[in-house]
Design a protein. Sequence first.
Lengths: 668, 304
Amino acid sequence: MALLGPLFLLGLLGVAIPLWLHRLETQVTEREPFATTMFLEPAKKRIHVKKKLKYLLLMALRILFFVLLVLAFARPVFYAPPQAIVTEESTHHVIVMDTSFSMQTEGYFDAAREAAENILSQMEDDDIASLYSASTNVASVVSATSNPEDIRQGVDALAPGNGKLDLGSMISSLNTMIEASQANFVLHVISDFQQTGQAVRFADMIPDVINGRPVSLEIVRVVNESPENWAIDSVVVNGLNNIEVGIRGFARSSSDRTVSLSVNGELQQEIETRLQGEGITFVTFENAVFAEGDNRLDIRLTPSDSLAGDDLRHTVFDNSPPAPVLLLTDDEDSLGVTYITAALETAPRGYEVILQSIEGLDPRILQRYPWIVIEDIGAINASLAGAINNYISGGGAVLAASGESVFGLSSIPVLGLDISSSALGRESRNPITMIDSSHPALSESAGWSSVNVRSIPVEITDEDRVLVAQANEQPVLLERTIGRGKIMLLATALDNSLSDLPVKPVFVTFMAEAARYLSNENLLIREQIGESFLQLSVAGGASGQVYDPDGESLLSLADTTQAQDISLDKTGYYQVFTSGGEVLVAVNPDRRESDLAIMDAQVLQNWQNVVAGTARSDEQSLNAESVTQEEALEEREIWRLFLFMLVIIVLAESILGNQHLRVKTGTL
Amino acid sequence: MSTNTDNRPAPMRLLDPSVLSTMSNLELVAKAVVEGFVIGLHRSPKFGFSQEFVEYRQYADGDDPRYIDWNVYSRTDRTVIKRFKGETNSHLMLLLDTSASMGYGSGESSKLQYGKYLGASLAYLAARQHDAVGVMLFDDEVKEYRPPASKPGSLQGVIHTLDAAQASKGTDINQPMTRFREHIKKRGLVAVISDFYCDAEELLENIRPLALHGQDVIMFHLLDREEITPEIKQSTLYEDMETGQAIEVEPAFMQKAYRDKIQKHIASIEKAANGIRADHVLLDTSEPLDKALHNYLTFREKRG
């Protein structure tokens, strides 16, 4: 037993109270004066003992009261072995049921339930069984029990989900999850055993010797021959509002189907087509009509095949207009302007670049833009620097580059960073050596290593965070937070005079990510697969509310103030509300689950044979058991039991104490 | 001539210990008890309390001059003393046990308090009959000794001594009796007031010399009702008031065995008293004092 609050044990000093009270009790209230005891004879011993015992019992109850009270507060836990009692001759049937998306195929899961029933009906009296579900994640459904009925109820409660089963991951999870027992383990894996579920390395599918006991593998395949299946593989919207749909076939013959397009729940178009048995058939819906903002695109195949779940695909199409970005420059025809404009306009989100000459800038227009780009921060005069500083402090964001104009200055405008004149002009272009890939604007950092930069030697302060630097720790990209806003400074120019960054592919990625970061857009992936997790922390705010496809809110009021990872168990559209606004996330089954081709029978047989060969000798098993069984003990809190006993003690003490009071008044 | 004075309620009530306990002045208690008792006796020819003249006797040395009839002297020049019916011209010595056990009492009065009432009443009664009265308080030693005297004020002295008595230590009748025998020279009445929690043989050994010396001994054996017929409902831890020893007893024992034992003890004390021709009067301290006084007068009459 262990205690979660051992300091409460100091309360045991309270036991002194009943001890003290009972000491007074015997000295003061017991004796009756009498003239002489010369004619008295002591009562028989049993009466004396009985009377003393009464008081001892009362004292014991009171002491027990204190002890239980203290123990209840100390929150004791004890470690108990699994409920079922087994012997070395027992068999522990570990039943693992595949609940991945492919098991939604007509007839698959019914066959799986029958297979589970067969296993349960063959259990011996001293056998135990446990039930696990396996999909993207493995979960314990019913812990080890000798009662098959418990397992049956667990099987009935299971249903196939939308995840993908990887047999290697499954075995890896089971190795750590299966409870300790003295029994011999038989691992019953009930699945359709898709080829796509096979682990990349065959060795990953070999279970450890579980708790030192022999393990054997029973493969229960619910299908012998895979049915034909077609699934919607891809949905792409191009700039002309045309939607190209790719439909992948897993069949030996072609099939005539109708492909329909619904936008925001309204059926817009239907196309009848012949789908190829193997490979992808493309269908294009032209001139689709979208609403502004997020659109729900539902592509459906009719009639459905035996796996209906992948005949419908959900897609989110963001039809928001390009966001305006102010680009301040002192030369509207410069190469830098060209590069910046091209990069932003080709970003996935799409930005409309508004060119503005620094000379004619009215600083009041800055407030119209969530973020701005300054082509050459050296061209900013002092008054404009003050205005930009105010803009940032008020919540604005700036991406500034350092062009030729900086060379004549002793410090960087707006930021006030000193420029080391001694080093100025001596550097040649040097490669990038440090990239802070944890920063949201640098998550795609692979291409930076090929960039060569000649940077302006600035002396950074404690307020600055260096994101990209060169070998001599010369910062290339840094960030500073000012008030409620932020500024990112490139210590080099965005034409190719000082660096080759603008002509590298990473420039476009960087500009897109920097734009999304500086404009506070959420970084959610708009299309996810079933049973994956949605990270609210990247949804533009640390808190929010999420509604599942059925309209149910997933977070309690308390949870909404904390960053959460939401499991996307259902297919359809999840609505995510954050401080950054409403976002739709489409969830579809994993595409790989649509391929119902099953593993080769020989592979399965090999798997079974290899697992059987890993069983250790009994002696080895017993030695290992002593270690592993202790680790597998369950931790159970018992303070509630103490509270219940406390109530009984209080009642008993009241009744007994009351009886003693009556005794005193009745004497003589 | 018969009257109904025997049934007069007020004086009779005064004899009740519970009534007497409300009176703080022991002399007043004694007077109330004796006067009430005497009125109740209604001039009985058996006892000499009526101040009835019997004869004149020639004055002799040692006689109390208060009793000289001065009328006869004026007429005859002879100094004679008036003798009254019942007058014995003896003396009474009161021996009051003040041991701790005498402090026991289940009602309003303890045995010691009852003994004080009894002693004071006897002293008052004796003084009324011109007897000299003395007192000795004892427990395991002599606590107070006042020799018999019939001088004016001696009664108040005796009552004051009684009034100051307090229960203290254990009982040991041997040493006090030895001392008493050393002091008492003249024959007379000796009233021992005690609960006699001692061995009967030991008591006999100590009283016998008094009897041989010619003293007439009356033993007032005081016991509380709870000591004679105790009633307890369940096991009780009793503490001896003299020794402090505690003994737990059960109701069944007190109901039967104890009562047998105490009765046997009483009988042994009585037997010891009879053996030396002393009178033994068992008194329940919850009962009025008239029984004690009546016994005293009977005893006095027999020995007078």
